[in-house]
Design a protein around this ligand. Structure first.
Ligand code: PMV
Length: 306
């Protein structure tokens, strides 16, 4: 049996969410799938994800090995002789929640293999322990979406509030540039003196409210404007790059309502929303500069936005 953890995009509110402000985030229709099979006699816990060129044994000196141990410890599974074999439809390290998707899929696969019930709180705790090793002090938005799917507003204090929204088509452009979330979170801490009173963080939090209202009203022009403004603020905070700026600009010039970096920035991915007939133009512009984008359908349960 295969266990799934979904990838995610943050439509609005990344970085501000670390300081208690709300973020609008949605699960992607793709992620990481893991099957647990018994390891041949005497072998230890291991993971093999060919799509990421990842092959690690829990005893290795490797971040994913430490993450596996954090998960089994949190779940109280000892040292199971299990091989985790996986497939991934999202790139790693691109701001699309790959590490949380992996941790959730691994947790679910291990629990299923141990014939334990899938308890959301246990899975959240295990995946969060893994994320803490990978990212320092994550807000928890990635884990919440990887488990719950759908779309919602996430706050550190209240967790994910899911809701029905119009279905939204989002263009996702993984830049291919590597970065670490913790370094970007640190950069924002320096830029804001770690203060939730910083006006740019406040403004980012406010844009989550504006953008959510626009989405629910199927006002894609309004949502796009909020995304553009959010990108500028994130850029002021020092987490954009020339490449991310130009991918966003290319999307806007091709007719997108709005575009922004998504996730921690410093590399990773951009997202854009565009009228249906302009989507191909955006993807072609990105392709011309070496970025293979894709269309993700997010949200749902309340009609279609445009
Ligand atoms: O790039 P990602 O997928 O690791 O997302 C990071 C989102 C931040 O708001 C920057 C950090 C967090 O923990 O929420």
């Amino acid at each position: 049996m295969t266990a799934i953890g979904l990838g995610k995009i943050i439509l609005l509110g990344e970085h501000a969410v670390v300081y208690g402000f709300p973020a609008l985030a949605a699960a992607l229709d793709r992620g990481v799938a893991i099957a647990a099979v018994p390891t041949p006699a005497g072998g230890s816990l291991r993971i093999d994800i060919p799509a990421w060129n990842l092959k690690v044994t829990a005893t290795d000196d490797h971040p994913v090995a430490r993450s596996l141990l954090a998960i089994v410890d949190s779940l109280g599974l000892g040292r199971p002789t299990v091989s985790l074999v996986g497939d991934a439809q999202i790139p790693p390290g691109a701001g699309l929640g790959s590490s949380a998707a992996l941790a959730v899929a691994v947790s679910r696969a291990l629990l299923t293999h141990a014939k334990r019930k899938l308890d959301a709180r246990e899975i959240t705790a295990a995946a969060s322990a893994s994320e803490a090793l990978m990212h320092g002090k994550p807000s928890g938005v990635d884990v919440a979406l990887a488990i719950a799917g759908g779309i919602g507003v996430f706050r550190k204090t209240t967790g994910l509030r899911s809701f029905a929204s119009p279905t939204l088509r989002v263009l996702v452009g993984p830049s291919g540039a590597p970065r670490t979330t913790s370094a970007m979170v640190e950069r924002v801490a320096e830029a804001t003196a770690s203060s939730a009173d910083d006006p740019r963080l406040r403004a980012l939090g406010g844009l989550t409210d504006t953008g959510t209202t626009a989405l629910l009203a199927k006002d894609l022009v309004g949502l796009g404007a909020a995304m553009n403004r959010a990108h500028d603020l994130l850029s002021e905070l020092g987490v954009s790059t020339e490449q991310l700026d130009s991918l966003c600009e290319a999307a806007r010039v091709s007719g997108a309502y709005g575009a922004k970096l998504t996730g921690a920035g410093g590399g990773g991915a951009v997202i854009a929303i565009a009228p249906r007939e302009r989507e191909q133009a955006v993807l072609t512009e990105w392709k011309n500069v070496g970025v293979t984008g894709f269309v993700a359908t997010v949200g749902g349960g309340a009609g279609t936005a445009a």
